[in-house]
Design a binder for this molecule. Structure first.
Ligand SMILES: Nc1ncnc2c1ncn2[C@@H]1O[C@H](COP(=O)(O)OP(=O)(O)OP(=O)(O)O)[C@@H](O)[C@H]1O
Ligand SMILES: [Mg+2]
Length: 283
């Protein structure tokens, strides 16, 4: 019976995976996640991924797990047409797709992305019905990760199935947090989730750190209060570099260019480059 099942399965599952060449790399998978919206997840994902590709010679894949599709918007001047649907990878067993089958390239050397997919909103719900729903993305990255040095996952602003899949697939989580009490609460909730994921689902997951973003240099007293709250709660996990408010970051996003193409000398570019130096050193 067992053998029958095995050979039957082998026939039924057309394993595109076995035809895919295995690469000689082993990507570190880094989720950029935060529960609160608008704290700079996408800005951080896009800037970090571009910096690792541009300045550190890393082969990088940026995966958009957010139905809002902001990765494609933020890089629209660079992204080449093509690629497929991430929702199909996550919800259609018969497709046998790996993430690498649906990526598209950019004109930034060494940087690939997964394209905008509004159907990810449905995938969020459909994932609930799938067996082993937490591990679908991890499994779909098995061959893919052998072709990249780093895979950055831009997560949506909630702790739904897409974020959970991101956490279960990741080696490490970077948590952007703006200096606001709500963002701080969000970090606490996410850290609790990561702790649960580490104990039940993905024992290898680690927190790379909490990254303070959108820090307004003019509002010292608020910053100081929140920063000391954050330091008290998360101690060493708070990264030493900060990302200040910098209008070039917002303008670059509107133009669909990464900050290094838009204005390499801006403060935003310098600070994200500093972050990329630290991440590259830790890979
Ligand atoms: N350091 C910064 N300085 C100025 N503007 C910024 C900075 N970081 C992000 N922004 C702007 O703030 C807005 C929200 O940023 P972003 O899209 O990166 O947040 P997000 O956490 O991904 O949001 P969402 O939760 O909707 O996915 C964008 O318009 C972006 O251009
Ligand atoms: Mg975003």
């Amino acid at each position: 019976m067992r053998n029958l099942l095995k050979s039957g399965l082998r026939r039924l599952v057309t394993s595109a995976a076995t035809q895919r060449p295995i690469g000689d790399r082993h990507a570190t998978i880094l989720a950029v996640a935060a529960q609160k919206g608008g704290v700079g997840k996408t800005t951080t994902s896009v800037s970090l991924a571009s910096a690792l590709a541009r300045y550190h010679g890393k082969r990088v894949l940026l995966v958009d797990l957010d139905p809002q599709g902001h990765v494609t918007t933020a890089l629209k001047a660079h992204v080449r047409p093509g690629g497929g649907l991430m929702s199909k990878v996550l919800t259609d067993d018969r497709s046998g797709l790996e993430v690498m089958d649906i990526v598209t390239s950019t004109d930034i050397e060494n940087l690939d992305v997964t394209p905008f997919d509004p159907r990810l909103a449905e995938a969020e719900d459909l994932l609930s019905t799938r067996i082993g729903k937490e591990f679908i993305l991890r499994d779909a990255l098995k061959v893919t990760r052998s072709h990249y040095d780093v895979i950055v996952l831009d997560c949506p602003p909630n702790q739904g199935n897409l974020t959970l899949n991101g956490l279960c697939a990741s080696d490490s989580v970077l948590i952007p947090c703006d200096p606001s009490p709500l963002a701080l609460k969000g970090v606490e909730a996410l850290v609790q989730t990561i702790t649960a994921v580490a104990s039940r689902l993905n024992p290898d997951i680690d927190v790379m750190g909490v990254l303070l973003t959108r820090v307004d240099g003019r509002n010292r007293s608020l910053n100081d209060t929140i920063e000391s709250d954050i330091a008290e709660r998360f101690g060493d996990a708070v990264l030493p570099m900060r990302i200040g408010i910098n209008s070039s970051l917002a303008k670059a996003q509107v133009e669909g260019r990464d900050i290094f193409a838009f204005d390499e000398s801006s403060r935003g570019a310098q600070q994200y480059r500093e972050l990329s130096d630290a991440v590259a050193a830790a890979l």
